[in-house]
Design a protein. Sequence first.
Length: 118
Amino acid sequence: MIEDYDDTLDKQFIEKWATQYFRDLYNDLLMRSNQQDHLDKVNFIEYTKLPGIINDRLHFMFTGVKGNGKSSKSGNSPDKASPGLKGSDHVTEKSFEENLVRIFSGDLDSKMKFTFEM
């Protein structure tokens, strides 16, 4: 994810400060989670506190599940998921960090794409 940015200063900031902050934030949320190795949906949604379906869609984006835009009976349509979590509602540390870097440090096009993917 970091290689998507051209500016050296941005890369250094992301590598040195932002990713460490996001790791610490994830670990703090993980302590509140019912799981030992990944963040559960309840704690993620409680942390983000966005209204209704927006929060649910944000959580879906953070799970690492890539859908084809069509929903199945279960509400998820995963084509590809994080290893070991196919169809899961759990957020991994890698997905958490990558998505927050994308949201806070991405260029305008990246942020717009993320928003419309939601």
